[in-house]
Write a protein that binds this ligand. Structure first.
Ligand SMILES: *Cc1c(COP(=O)(O)O)cnc(C)c1O
Length: 382
């Protein structure tokens, strides 16, 4: 290892969106690859919107100039969208409550830099959850405290979380990450979890990641301004179909957004990404019109998998489902998950093996039908 590299980074494993490398099965390459492992929308932008964006790129964007580093028009549009989406008649959310990141991933890192860096804090997460919180904390040398979840409904183990907060010193817990609804388990925050985050003291930042808001329609934004220690994160990568362009936003107290602005790179959002996000908001009704189909396809997937008995399923408040093989021998679950993931991959369905289960994105009806048949046909015996 090169001796100038921080020793703690040697142990760190980089995030891999499609673990397991290329698809190369003894049966040859599948004709069709269904990417139902990363929770994006299965639908690209409509052709007319792409043309509009291409036109903007040709006519309006000067590629020799730096992009707008203030993000002012986009922040304004997002603030209006947030008020509208939460049916907040008094329009309490303003552009000063918004900060933009190169994906929510950048915002997670900026939040960590703004709160915990330099030995000032640890972060708390409840496993299984979105892996980026832990990965980004580790890259910054920030300790990660993990607690578990209730296996029947994936509610956070609140007594364990309280104990971890009480017992973690040097440095104390400064940030708690929750996801609403959680990935990979697809459950929205329960009343008990909501009460718990309301009860956390003002010296702990609560990050509420609402990446799947457009699917779940659950949000804590109406309570945000009562809690200066809360920040909500959202993204254009899921329902808004812009994962390729990397735009996420945070909604928070103006003092926190001002700090995020200090910490981010000055030109973190390319001009084209800013334009695309503005166009997506302007056409939100058209883009969101795909959501009812995705939700009914999700319910159909769950209904068809239910009678199989071989899988344990959980309800979903998002555009993906989570399942585990129903096996008596708990030690056999891990190897079985690997087998199922490999077998589906060989057939052309990419799913994600994570958190001791399988996370499967709801795709197009055709993709879902293939996912379903392949899971139905999967043979647990050998
Ligand atoms: C997909 C996802 C995001 C989005 O990240 P981007 O960097 O905005 O693409 C954030 N949080 C969770 C929990 C997610 O699943």
């Amino acid at each position: 290892m090169l001796s100038f590299i921080r020793s703690d980074l040697a142990q760190l494993i980089a995030y891999t969106p499609h673990p397991g490398g290329t698809i190369d099965s003894p049966r040859g390459k599948p004709a069709q690859i269904d990417r139902v492992d990363t929770n994006e929308s299965p639908y690209d932008l409509p052709a007319a919107l792409k043309e509009k964006l291409a036109w903007t790129y040709q006519q309006e964007i000067e590629t020799n100039r730096y992009p707008d580093g203030s993000h002012a028009p986009l922040k304004q549009a997002i603030a209006e969208y947030v008020n509208e989406s939460a049916q907040l008649a008094s329009s309490p959310i303003a552009a000063t409550h918004i900060s933009l990141g190169n994906g929510s991933d950048e915002l997670i890192r900026s939040l960590l830099i703004a709160t915990c860096l330099g030995g000032e804090g640890s972060v708390l997460v409840a496993h299984p959850t979105f892996s980026m919180y832990g990965i980004l904390a580790q890259t910054l040398g920030i300790p990660v405290v993990e607690v578990g979840r209730n296996e029947t409904n994936f509610e956070i183990d609140i007594p364990a979380a309280q104990a971890a907060i009480a017992n973690t010193q040097n440095p104390p817990v400064r940030v708690v990450f929750v996801v609403h609804p959680n990935s990979p388990t697809a459950n929205a925050l329960s009343p008990a979890e909501l009460n718990w985050i309301r009860s956390l003291p003002p010296n702990i930042l609560v990050v509420i990641d609402e990446a799947y808001f457009e699917f779940s329609q659950t949000s804590v934004v109406s309570e945000l301004l009562q809690h200066p220690n809360w920040v909500i994160m959202r993204t254009f990568s899921k329902a808004f179909r812009l994962a390729a362009l990397r735009v996420g936003y945070a909604i928070a107290h103006p003092e926190l957004t001002a700090t995020l602005e200090k910490v981010r790179l000055p030109y973190n959002l390319p001009a084209f990404s800013q334009t695309a996000a503005s166009v997506a908001i302007a056409h939100r009704h058209e883009l969101n019109s795909a959501i009812p189909e995705i939700l009914s396809e999700r319910d159909r997937l769950l209904e068809r998998l239910q009678p199989l008995q071989k899988f344990r399923l959980w309800p979903s408040a998002a555009n993906f489902i989570y399942l585990r093989p129903n096996l008596q021998d708990k030690g056999a679950i891990g190897p079985m998950l690997t087998r199922i993931t490999e077998e589906l991959k060989a057939q052309g369905t990419l799913i994600r093996h994570t958190g001791g289960g399988l996370r499967i994105t709801v795709g197009t009806p055709e993709e879902n039908q293939r996912t379903l048949s392949r899971l139905q046909e999967f043979n647990f015996g050998d």
